[in-house]
Structure formats: structure tokens, C-alpha cells
Design a protein around this ligand. Structure first.
Ligand code: HEC
Ligand code: HEC
Length: 384
């Protein structure tokens, strides 16, 4: 009896091992398919734009291209052009490295706040749901599910059938779901989350932060100084991956000004107001108007311009803004003018933001620290 039982266990174990091996390989193949689809410009209406056009792998998965919405000749556009080279978005194309680790959009009962979700107002729960949208968006790839599926069947039909079943192309809906699934698997792959910045190396003792970087980190964490870690928590060597992204995934209104250049070019006009989190169907609290997701700061030094609408060209300006938004007479160093009013003024965060009393040297130390959050393969893009 005992003997029979252990044979059964061994067989069960063997089957499980085998199955595990299979699942593992399939995930890798799905990531591979997802990467091909991510980079495939033929999938947009005119065959000119892929996901990678606005999320370039060699550039921390953001859009480095200069266009009419650039604040100066060397800063990437504040927003991206659609595949027709005419349509202009209203939100800066974010770096999507690490983003798949964002928790699903939810209300955190303990803290009484919303957290997580994909897109900067969390209006899609996860990367799987989000991955369908750019194909269909009038501001992005401007195509249809049927068109995408036809092209994917042409180029990757066999691989799709192997991974998602021989009948995957029987319906457009099923095949389009599979396309989104492979993209989501690619976004969850290790290549999007390498955790090999100078900061990561310093955490485990493989590198040393310079004195200035170390000082920036201390100011970033000091509740009496930068207090940045209140919203952008600093990981420790024991943090789980999801706790290592320098965000608690909450939402707040930083009081970011409108990007008037973008609004004058994209047809929305200067009167338009983006209500941020309030536009999320699950949110009814008017105090959340103008709130945006607290973003990861990984690779922030190499992904200008800044804020959800790309209104600042330099990283240092962001820190100046958080430091001095509410200080009378404080100037935006990029315009030489006082900080513009917030797009949504009534709800802006005044507890943690706006008058920190950091001096210029402290601001640059924080910037030096932020540069250490750059993945190794993007370090050459850090500007001194
Ligand atoms: C024309 C440029 C453009 C293209 C093409 C594009 N995106 Fe984006 N992407 C954006 C912009 C802009 C946002 C931010 C939108 C928002 O938050 O409202 C974004 C947001 C995202 C996010 C969420 C980021 C976050 O922090 O929540 C993911 C994930 C993403 N895109 C994946 C993709 C995938 C996958 C494709 C291809 C199917 C794609 N994108 C194609 C511009 C683009
Ligand atoms: C109360 C929460 C909060 C605090 C405190 C805070 N931030 Fe943020 N941070 C945010 C939110 C929310 C955003 C995105 C805002 C937006 O785009 O509208 C953001 C954006 C940023 C960005 C721009 C990221 C990008 O890709 O555009 C940087 C850089 C940044 N914060 C650094 C800091 C530093 C440095 C400090 C401390 C001096 C700090 N933050 C304090 C919530 C916070």
C-alpha cells in the first residue's frame, strides 16, 4: 500500500515537472510573440507605427522623438503623433518599463485611497486590458481588431495557433484577445524589469553611491526635507520587486500646470481641463479631480519631458517645482516666469508639496540621486 502510494506520488511529481517545463516554455514563447507584435509597425492602419514607436526598447520604452510639442530643440515631444502623423495626444508617452508590475486598480480600505491601475488615471485595471487599446485609438494606431488579426494571422499564424489553439483564428475576438495576451506577457518579461541600476547595485553592496548621490538619497527620504519617499517609497535590499519601483501606486494632484503648447496644437484648446483620476469610471469623489498616479521613478533621468503632460523639460525643474510651487516669487527656471497656476487648483496637494525649503545645492543632490535609478543599458543617455 505504502509502496503504491509513493509510486503514484512520483508519477504525479513527474507529470507536474513536465507540465511546469511546458508552461515555462510557453510563457517564454508568448513573450517572444508579444515582442514581435510590439515591434511590428505593419499592424497600424498605414503600416507606419508600432507600440515601440512610442515605447522604444533602447530608450527605456518611452518616445524620444522631437516634434512640434517639444519644449526645445533637444527635448522629446511632450506628446506623440498618431500613426497618420497628424493626430496629437494629450498625455506624455510614458516609459513602460516595470509598469506591468503595477497592482490592479483598487480602493485601499486601510489607507482610504485608490491605488494602482494602468494608464495615468488607472482607467484600465492591468496591462492585459490596456494592450488592446492603442490599436484602436484615434490618437495612436488607428486600426480595427479585424485588421490586426488578419495581419497577425499572416505573419505569425503558426505560432499563434501553437500557443493559443488551432481554433484561435475562428473568431476575431478570440484572436485579438490572444494578441493582447502575448503583449501583456512581453510587458511582464524580465527584459522590461532588469533592476540593474547603480542604486540596485549599491543596495547589495556591488557599487557605492557618491557623496552627493548619498546626500540626495538622504534628502529624498528625510521627512523634514524632501519627504519624497512619502509617495515614492525607497526600497531596501529585502523589498519584493513590486515594492521597488519608487511608488506606492497612489494618486494625488501635484498642481501641475496645463501644457498650453500641447493644448493649442492638439485641438483641445486652452479651456480644456483634464480631470485625471476623476475621469476614471470608478471614481466619484470630486476631491480627486486633477489627481494622477504616483509614477515609478526608475529611468526618470533618461525619459524627459516630465509630468503626465510633459510640461517640464528638465528633471531639475520637477524638483524645483515640488520644492517651490507655493513660494511667492519662485520662478520656473525654464521660462524665467513664476510657476503657472495648476490645471486643477482646488484639489492640489498642499500638505506635502509646494514649499519644502530646499536650497539649490540640495535640489541638485536629489537630482544626482535620481540619476542612479537608471538601468545599466540606458546609462549612456544620462545628461550631465
Ligand atoms: C502614439 C504613441 C503610442 C503608441 C503607438 C502606443 N502607446 Fe502606449 N502609451 C502612450 C501614451 C500617451 C500613454 C499614456 C496614456 C494615458 O495614461 O492616458 C501610454 C500608456 C501605455 C501604458 C501604460 C503606462 C502606465 O504607466 O500606466 C502601457 C502599458 C502601454 N502604453 C503599452 C502600449 C502598447 C502595448 C502599445 C501597442 C499595442 C502602445 N502602448 C502603443 C502612447 C503610445
Ligand atoms: C504627495 C505625493 C508626492 C510627493 C511627496 C512627491 N511626489 Fe513625485 N510625483 C507624484 C505624482 C502624483 C507624480 C505624477 C504627477 C503628474 O504627472 O501629474 C509625481 C511625479 C514625479 C516626477 C516626474 C516623473 C515623470 O516621469 O514625469 C519626479 C521626477 C518626481 N515626482 C520626483 C519627486 C521628488 C524628487 C520628490 C521630493 C522632493 C517627490 N517627487 C515628491 C507624487 C509625489
Amino acid at each position: 500500500m505504502k509502496w503504491k502510494c509513493s509510486v503514484r506520488l512520483i508519477i504525479l511529481w513527474l507529470i507536474m515537472m513536465n507540465l511546469n517545463a511546458c508552461i515555462y516554455e510557453d510563457i517564454e514563447l508568448k513573450q517572444y510573440l508579444g515582442e514581435l507584435i510590439f515591434n511590428d509597425a505593419s499592424l497600424s492602419r498605414d503600416g507606419t507605427q508600432s507600440c515601440a514607436s512610442c515605447h522604444e526598447a533602447d530608450r527605456a520604452f518611452f518616445d524620444p522623438r522631437v516634434n512640434a510639442t517639444s519644449l526645445d530643440a533637444s527635448t522629446p515631444g511632450a506628446v506623440s503623433l498618431g500613426q497618420d502623423d497628424i493626430a496629437l495626444g494629450d498625455i506624455n508617452s510614458p516609459s513602460i518599463a516595470y509598469v506591468a508590475m503595477t497592482p490592479e486598480f483598487h480602493f485601499d480600505e486601510d489607507a482610504g485611497v485608490f491605488r494602482g491601475g494602468i494608464l495615468l488615471n488607472g482607467r484600465t485595471p492591468n496591462v492585459l486590458v490596456q494592450a488592446r487599446l492603442p490599436f484602436l485609438s484615434a490618437l495612436e494606431m488607428q486600426t480595427t481588431e479585424a485588421e490586426v488579426v488578419a495581419k497577425v494571422e499572416d505573419s505569425y499564424g503558426q505560432l499563434m495557433e501553437y500557443l493559443y489553439g488551432d481554433d484561435v483564428f475562428d473568431s476575431v475576438a478570440t484572436a485579438f484577445d490572444a494578441v493582447a495576451d502575448s503583449l501583456a506577457e512581453f510587458e511582464k518579461s524580465d527584459q522590461m524589469a532588469t533592476f540593474d541600476s547603480k542604486f540596485d547595485k549599491a543596495l547589495v553592496g556591488d557599487e557605492l553611491l557618491s557623496d552627493t548621490e548619498q546626500r540626495g538619497l538622504a534628502l529624498f527620504m528625510d521627512e523634514e526635507k524632501g519627504n519624497c519617499a512619502a509617495c515614492h517609497p525607497v526600497p531596501t535590499a529585502d523589498s519584493l520587486d513590486v515594492d521597488s519601483l519608487f511608488t506606492d501606486f497612489g494618486y494625488t494632484n501635484l498642481g501641475v500646470p496645463k501644457n498650453n503648447l500641447v493644448r493649442s496644437l492638439n485641438g483641445r484648446g486652452l479651456g480644456f481641463v483634464d480631470e485625471g483620476l476623476f475621469d476614471n469610471n470608478e471614481v466619484t469623489d470630486v476631491d480627486l479631480k486633477g489627481a494622477f498616479r504616483i509614477v515609478s521613478l526608475r529611468n526618470v533621468a533618461v525619459t524627459p519631458p516630465y509630468m503626465h503632460n510633459g510640461v517640464f523639460a528638465d528633471l531639475e525643474t520637477v524638483v524645483h517645482f515640488i520644492n517651490s510651487r507655493d513660494v511667492p516669487g519662485a520662478l520656473n527656471p525654464e521660462t524665467g516666469l513664476p510657476w503657472q497656476a495648476a490645471e486643477v487648483d482646488a484639489t492640489k496637494n498642499t500638505n506635502e508639496i509646494g514649499d519644502l525649503g530646499l536650497d539649490a545645492e540640495e535640489v541638485s543632490a536629489i537630482v544626482a540621486f535620481l540619476k542612479t535609478l537608471t538601468d545599466e543599458r540606458y546609462e549612456s543617455f544620462i545628461e550631465e
